[in-house]
Design a protein around this ligand. Structure first.
Ligand SMILES: [Zn+2]
Ligand SMILES: [Zn+2]
Length: 1020
């Protein structure tokens, strides 16, 4: 006979099951059907922050992509129409650096020799390749996106939108070319923007630590002592700064230092910093050509730190950003000692040496001239390039900036209307906006957004081109070779200056990649675009890679702003910032209404993952070995404001926990097949029909409560609460409902089947966004027999559950607390659960009185009474993991008070000791009752178990042991649940014959004989 349900194996094979589901979705067109079903529904607008198509994705990307998918799936279940557009970031330094590595190029000169057109082609190939790799990985992860319609940030369309933005900021007067000290990567040969230098890119590096004498002019034998860790900056020294308010002392070696930094010193003389200001000194490299004419003097700087160095700071405005700012105030000369590749320029004495190579020669030179006080080494945190990890330097260069001053307040105002999850990140965004400097948008590189800036050498006008049409109109020549708006082709199109008409050429710089990603809320949604162009976004370098449309402005009105975006916390100063900057500038509105952001992913021991440390986990490895569902579960179970410790250990735990769900479904399938029971689809809408027992009504209420909790959790963008709610639901379903109802399933109780089926199917619907594969797999098994059921859980919509019966839920929660305490009491007294006992006394759980039978049955006692429990002896110990952090040094006193029994019990189950109130979960309580009684208590409930065993109880205990042993043998012998056996018990157990009927019933034995010394079963 064909079974109603196809059977489930012992445990799920996540890998195989997931591939099968992917294949099924593909074959049945499930995603397309879902989109079709929701077309015309209410809109849920999500804008994807682009992933860089430059490498396979990492497990931290998979976290973000999981969250994006979870909420898109949830909204789809609720009937929302969605766009599902995935984005790829395609150009800029990150792509260039990887292509350089692949081609074995290691400098800008080598790139230029290789040829920019060829280089651009390689960059595009790399993007196309990794876009495919990432797409494949994302599909495998279960992510549903419109994979053929991705946006690529290097399309001409995207570039044109950025041009338009740049033209607008120019018209507002925000665009300027700054002669500025900027953070510079010597290897990449470009400046690095403020938002690209952050704590994560600081590395522990070793550098020289030098103390150097700057002899004071006209003060015989006196000198300033300065400290530096960057010897290469000394040839560019022009001043020395002191704190005007600090005390300085002259030591007997003739050097001045801040008193705070050498407090023990015997001072020859003492002076306030202000008294030193204006003194002139001999620079450390006055003989160099670059130093010609420089007058070195002491300047005043209240920010001079008095906690490291000497309290006198050597100032080189061409080699440090604060130094540069000081040069403006004090009109100091700016000497820039480094070229683009971080090597010493002629005139600075160490021609062509790198900042590292120059260290020893500088030290030797100073030493020879008697200026070196001390040379050591120091290990300190030093910023490195976020792409190539080369230590960064400062250079004064001409870069292009967008002033942030006027947009700061509008961006703050826009952020005030944004709902952040977790909420405190809103303040982080505000902090970033309040402190953001001007946006350094230019990079001296190749494969990036071509900045459309055409300065005129003749009349000085800066023409900023705002569109391709405008470029064509102004072009003097070169249009015929303009394949796409990238270098080198764009560089061959000079224009006529808008001021004087003479030919002007584009600056060679390309743009910061955050311009590319920042424009997408406008460029992908068709802001101010007159006509909807099918596949109109697939332009320039994007041709052939995507079929994305260029929508029209009406479409933009519908989908802007995004209802929700979600990225890692670091995106506050990157993508959230750049899309906000560009949208607020162009439209006056925030591009998103709600944000979910989350912390970092570390390995399971809490260390950062690094390939070189051997602790990195590749996405494919995780997909194959954990499975996508388990990965997703790990991501979703994580509170977003804490770092995720990701790994195979936690994955193993999750697999184990998912088994409870699996086994519950398997239990239903196995028993339903025996009874040939068929589910009724309508039960999902109305609740299980039939004569429901209290326990059934409880499970229905429990299920409805799950739907309610999960809905609230999704609506507040907190997957961690969905996972918690589902976990506790499965625990209740398995360890209470099923365990309490086993016999009914055995007896083929229709109502029990209906109730369990209802709970399982509703539960799967609720958890399906988090765990799409297993949910879909089990859901299909459980609903296959229902003619009316949609083929996929994702086509079933969101469960519409009635308000749960809260009184009943509270009752059962009380009962379970009593049972749990009873178990604790048993465990404390060393009486195993199978051993029946005579009496349980319950104190403090009144509602449980209506459930005496359940309690008696669960705890295997003959009688349950309700009265005061004499538990005079109470031992209380601190729950250290909880109390330790809370009490800190007070813990000792509390612990001593508890030990000495100097405490007071509080009505809520807590205690007062040593002046502290301790909650019920902050202490471990052990109670001793009268002799022969085991006692346990918590949360104001106390139970006492009579542990005395008489002959009858002892015999019954043996019967339970025997039944357990037989059923274990049945399982080991591979018997079906319905197979009957002949049972032979050892002669020594012959006295249990009085219980034969009971034993036979519980083991499906047709006969029970006593013979020999071993327990035996034989299938009949
Ligand atoms: Zn670099
Ligand atoms: Zn001109």
């Amino acid at each position: 006979m064909a079974h109603v349900f196809s059977r489930l194996p012992d445990k799920p094979d996540h890998y195989t099951l997931e591939l099968e589901i992917l294949e099924t979705w593909e074959r049945e067109g499930t995603f397309e059907k879902l989109r079709e079903r929701n077309r015309g529904g209410p809109r849920f607008s999500f804008i994807d922050g682009p992933i860089t198509a430059n490498n396979p994705m990492g497990v931290h990307h998979a976290w973000g992509r999981t969250l994006k998918d979870v909420f898109q799936r949830y909204k789809a279940l609720r009937g929302f129409e969605e766009r599902y557009q995935n984005g790829f970031d395609c150009q800029g330094l990150w792509v260039e650096v990887e292509v350089e590595k692949a081609l074995g190029l290691n400098s800008k000169r080598e790139i230029e020799e290789y040829g920019l057109a060829e280089f651009a082609a390689r960059c595009r190939e790399r993007v196309a390749h990794y876009a495919e790799v990432i797409t494949e990985q994302s599909r495998r992860l279960g992510m549903w996106m419109d994979w053929d319609a991705d946006y690529y940030t290097f399309t001409d369309t995207n570039i044109e939108y950025i041009w338009r933005f740049l033209k607008a900021v120019h018209e507002r007067g925000w665009l300027y070319q700054g002669h500025r000290s900027t953070v510079w990567c010597p290897r990449c040969g470009t400046s690095i923007s403020q938002h690209e230098v952050f704590s994560g890119e600081y590395k522990e590096l070793e550098h020289p630590s030098l103390h150097v004498r700057f002899p004071l002019k006209g003060r015989d034998g006196e000198a300033l002592a300065i400290w530096t860790t960057t010897p290469w900056t000394l040839p560019a020294n022009v001043a020395a700064a002191v704190n005007p308010f600090a005390e300085y002392v002259l030591r007997d070696d003739g050097t001045w230092v801040a008193q705070a930094l050498d407090p023990e010193v015997r001072a020859l003389r003492q002076a306030l910093g202000a008294e030193l200001v204006g003194l002139e000194y001999e620079g450390p490299f006055d003989h160099l050509p670059a130093q010609e004419g420089v007058v070195h003097r002491v300047i005043s700087w209240p920010d001079v730190a008095l906690d490291e160095g000497t309290g006198i700071v050597h100032i080189a405005p061409g080699a440090g950003s604060e130094d540069f700012e000081l040069s403006r105030i004090h009109e100091l000369p700016v000497l820039g000692p480094l070229d683009e590749s971080g090597r010493m320029l002629p005139g600075f004495g160490f021609d062509g040496l790198s900042t590292d190579e120059v260290e020893q020669p500088v030290i030797d030179d100073l030493d020879r001239r008697g200026l070196l006080l001390d040379a050591g080494r120091i290990v300190h945190r030093y910023p490195t390039c976020w792409r190539c990890t080369t230590p960064l330097v400062f250079r004064v260069v001409d870069d292009w900036f967008i002033s942030a001053e006027e947009i700061r307040q509008p961006m703050l105002d826009a952020n005030a209307g944004v709902e952040w999850t977790p909420a405190f990140y809103s303040k982080r965004m505000d902090d970033w906006l309040r402190n953001m400097g001007d946006w350094n948008i230019s990079r001296k590189r190749y494969f990036g957004l071509p900045l459309p800036f055409y300065p005129c050498e003749e009349c000085g006008t800066l023409t900023v081109i705002g569109s391709r049409a405008e470029l064509e109109e102004r072009a003097v020549s070169g249009l015929e070779q303009l394949e796409e708006l990238h270098r080198p082709w764009i560089d061959e199109v000079p224009i006529a200056c808008s001021g004087c008409g003479i030919e002007a050429r584009r600056i060679p710089e390309v743009g910061d990649a955050w311009l590319d990603a920042g424009i997408v809320p406008l460029s992908t949604l068709g802001w101010e675009n007159a006509e909807y162009v099918p596949q109109g976004y697939a332009t320039g370098a994007g041709k052939g890679l995507t079929t994305a449309d260029l929508p029209d402005h009406a479409y933009w009105e519908n989908w802007f702003p995004a209802d929700w975006v979600s990225e890692m916390r670091e995106q506050i100063r990157l993508w959230f910032y750049s899309i906000s900057f560009m949208s607020v500038t162009m439209t006056g509105r925030s591009p998103y209404g709600r944000v979910l952001t989350y912390e970092k992913l570390l390995d399971e021991t809490g260390r950062e993952m690094h390939r070189s440390w051997g602790n990195a986990i590749e996405v494919n490895e995780a997909l194959d070995q954990m499975g996508a569902d388990v990965m997703r579960w790990q991501y979703c179970a994580q509170p977003p404001d804490r770092n995720l410790l990701f790994g195979f250990g936690p994955a193993q735990e999750i697999r184990k926990r998912l088994l409870t769900l699996w086994n519950s479904a398997r239990f239903l399938v196995d028993y339903a097949n025996i009874e040939n029971w068929k589910p009724d689809w309508d039960d999902l809408a109305s609740g299980p029909a039939g004569d429901l027992q209290t326990l059934d009504r409880w499970l229905v209420a429990r299920t409805n409560a799950l739907v309610e909790e999960a809905t609230a959790s999704y609506e507040s963008w907190l997957t961690v609460n969905v996972v918690r709610a589902f976990d506790s639901f499965v625990e209740d379903l398995s360890n209470w409902y099923i365990r309490r109802s086993r016999r009914r399933f055995w007896d083929g109780d229709e109502t029990a089947f209906r109730t369990l089926w209802y709970a399982l199917v509703q539960g799967l619907r609720v958890v399906s966004p988090v765990m799409p594969f297993l949910s879909e797999h089990v859901w299909r098994r459980l609903t296959a027999a229902c003619a009316d059921a949609p083929e996929s859980v994702f086509l079933a919509g969101w469960p519409d559950a009635a308000a749960p019966d809260r009184a009943l839920l509270a009752d059962v929660a009380d009962v379970r607390r009593v049972v749990e305490l009873g178990r604790q009491a048993r465990a404390a007294a060393g009486v195993k659960l199978r051993q029946p006992l005579r009496t349980l006394v319950v104190d403090g759980a009144a509602v449980a009185q209506a459930h005496v039978e359940e309690i008696a049955d669960e705890l295997r006692v003959k009688e349950v009474t309700f009265s005061e429990v004499d538990a005079s002896e109470v031992r209380v110990r601190p729950n250290l993991p909880v109390l330790g952090p809370k009490l800190g040094r007070e813990l000792g006193a509390v612990r001593a008070a508890l030990e000495a029994r100097e405490f007071e019990e509080l009505p809520d189950g807590g205690f007062r000791a040593a002046g502290h109130e301790l909650g019920p979960d902050e202490v471990l309580v052990e109670r001793r009752g009268k002799e022969g009684w085991a006692v346990a208590g918590a949360d104001g409930v106390t139970v006492a178990l009579d542990t005395h065993l008489d002959d009858e109880l002892e015999r019954e205990g043996r019967v339970y042991d025997l039944i357990h042993a037989v059923n274990t043998m049945r399982k080991e012998a591979g018997l079906e649940l319905t197979d009957r056996v002949k049972l032979t018990i050892p002669e020594a157990d012959a006295d249990l014959h009085a219980y034969s009927d009971w034993i036979a019933r519980e083991t499906l034995a047709v006969s029970v004989d006593a013979d020999g010394s071993e327990l035996r079963i034989a299938k009949v």
